[in-house]
Design a protein around this ligand. Sequence first.
Ligand code: SME
Length: 314
Amino acid sequence: MEIVPFSPELKNVFVELNKAWISAMFKIEPADIEEFSLIEQAIEKGSQIFFALDDNKNVLACCMIRPCENNEWEILKFAAKGMSTGTGAGSACFKACVEYAKQKNADKIIIVSNKKLSQALHIYKKFGFTEVPVDKEKFPFERGDIAFELVLNSKRNMTKSEKISVYETVLPQIESLVSGVEYGISSLANIAAVLHRNLGCFWTGFYVVDGDNLLLGPFQGDAACIKIPKGKGVCGTSWQKGETIVVEDVEQFPGHIACSSLSKSEIVVPVFSATGKITAVLDIDSDCLATFDDTDKLYLEKVVEVLKCYESFV
Ligand code: SME
C-alpha cells in the first residue's frame, strides 16, 4: 500500500468514493455538491487529500484536510472502498492528514461526523481525538451529530504574559514539593510531572549525570534514549557548556538526538548543585517549532535552582 497526495486524475475517484458512502447511509447535501465542485480551488488554498493505493494503483481510501480559522484544520470527506477495506487503508490516509496538519503547525484538528459511522469514530479515538459539542453554525451538514477535536499543542498558543502566569503559579508549587525531600529522584519526578501537566509539551524530564554520561531520569512522555555521552545531542551539549540551550528547530541543531519523530523544538537547562557541579539536565520537547524562548529559559532556570540542595542523583 502507498499513500499519495492529491493529483487531478484522482479527483473523480475521490468524488465517487465519497458519494457512495454518503448516499449509502445518508443523503448527499448541497454542501457536499459544492465541495466536490471546488476541489482544485481547495487544494490551491492549502487543503490536501491523501489516497491509499494498492499495489495495482487502485484507490482503497481517501481523506481530506483543510485549513479553517484560528489555525484550526478540519478533517473531512473520509471514505474507504466499500466503507471499509479491512486493510488499514483508511487509518493510513487519516494518519497522513494528521501528520500534514502537524507539519503545518496546526493548533487543533476538528472533525464532524455521525454516530452511525462506528469504524470512523474508532479511528478518531485511536488517534487521540476527544469528543466535543457539535457547532451547528460552522457545520451545516444534517448528518453531523458528533464532533471531535485533537489539540496539538496548547503551549504554543500562550502569549508571553500567559507563560509568565503559568510559571509564576507552578514555581511556588515546585518549591514546596521539593522542600525537605531528601531523595533527589523523587523531587525530579515531581518537577517533571508538574511541568508536563502545566506546559502541555509532549516530553518533559531529566537526565542525570553519571561519570561521563547522562542517564535517563524521571520523565513524563514516551520512552526515551537511556544514555547520552557528554557533548552529544542537545542535552550533552548543555551539560558540556554549562548553559541553557533553546533549540527552535531540532533539525537545525547538529547532532540532535531524536528520541521521537514528533520532536520539533526543545529546551535543555543544566541543574547545578550548591557546590557548582552539574548534576542533571532538564529537557522539554515540543511537537511545534520555536516553542521555547527567553521567558522559558528565565523561569526554568529558576525551577532547577530548587534542586541545588542535591549533590548527585546517582
Ligand atoms: N533530544 C535530546 C535527547 C533526549 S530526548 O529528546 C528525550 C538531545 O538531543 O539531547
